[in-house]
Design a protein around this ligand. Structure first.
Ligand SMILES: [Zn+2]
Length: 286
């Protein structure tokens, strides 16, 4: 799932390759991905891409004052093509959701793997018209986000820190993967209550957030869109690595499963050597 660093890198890639180009045509293949109808997506044809930015995990193409905004969700991706086929794609099965043709025959496909279709595209006059953007919390890579800002976010929140980090309305851009990574770097249990963090722990967590995301963005710099996924996976220390060795202490990375996702952590680094309860596992073992 693309999170802040990948979306940031996609934005950088598009700034390099798409700014100054006009949109020739947009083929909407999976109509359900288009969440807005006014202005219509056809309004983009003939207009030039003037900027590409990011809000949390949302990618924003400024198309001469109109905004083409994409949320890739869990299984979505952007594939850049130097030369796109001119013939319109046939709707139906397959991962292609939308194709954006630029005026030099280059462009990109928005694709989504799997059966759950959650990739979302918006055409708006103001990015704040997208509900998920309007309610975003502060961006952890902006200068205003400091340890004090984090402290005031966590203050009084009697919920587990893992959930707080993933909540887009609290902090923008961190998802399931990077919250695992941040907590591993901070040597903190994912179950720790946000409100219980000491000033020192908040400072440690703040550092972990900024360095983990900053390093991931740095590693992805200059990579083509197609290489970003592999870079993300190889850069992760605990996320998706249950059963492997912790790169810090050598303990076995463990996992807690939920209905639709899982978290990974290192018991020695994060939970005093004690494995966390896995409700699903213990229910299955009964
Ligand atoms: Zn460890």
């Amino acid at each position: 799932m693309p999170e802040l660093p990948e979306v940031e890198s996609l934005a950088a890639f598009l700034r390099e390759n798409a700014i100054g180009r006009a949109i020739a045509r947009v083929d909407v293949v999976a109509i359900s991905c288009l969440k807005t109808y006014d202005p219509p997506i056809t309004a983009l044809s003939g207009l030039s891409i003037t900027d590409v930015t990011r809000y949390g995990k949302f990618l924003d193409l400024d198309v001469d004052g109109l905004h083409l905004i994409v949320h890739l969700s869990r299984a979505g991706w952007l594939r850049w093509k130097d030369k796109l086929p001119a013939a319109p794609p046939r709707p139906g099965k397959g991962p292609l959701a939308m194709r954006v043709h630029l005026d030099d025959e280059s462009g990109f496909d928005l694709t989504e793997a799997g059966t759950q279709k959650r990739l979302a595209v918006y055409v708006v006059r103001d990015p704040q018209d997208v509900p998920g953007i309007r309610t975003l919390g502060p961006d952890p890579l902006r200068e205003e986000f400091d340890a004090e800002a984090l402290a005031s976010i966590l203050d009084g929140r009697r919920t587990q820190i893992k959930g707080v980090l993933r909540d887009q309305s609290v902090i923008a851009g961190i998802g399931n993967a990077y919250s695992d990574e941040v907590l591993h770097v901070a040597k903190m249990s994912p179950y720790k209550l946000a409100a219980s963090l000491t000033e020192e722990e908040i400072a440690t967590l703040y550092e972990a957030i900024v360095t983990t995301l900053g390093d991931a963005v740095e590693r992805s710099k200059g990579l083509a869109a197609k290489d970003l996924k592999g870079e993300k996976k190889s850069g992760l220390r605990v996320h998706g690595r249950a059963g492997e060795k912790c790169p810090v202490c050598g303990d076995t990375i463990r996992e807690v499963s939920f209905a639709d996702r899982a978290l990974q952590y290192c018991p020695t680094c994060q939970t005093g050597g004690k494995p966390l309860a896995d409700r699903r596992m213990s229910r299955l073992l009964k």
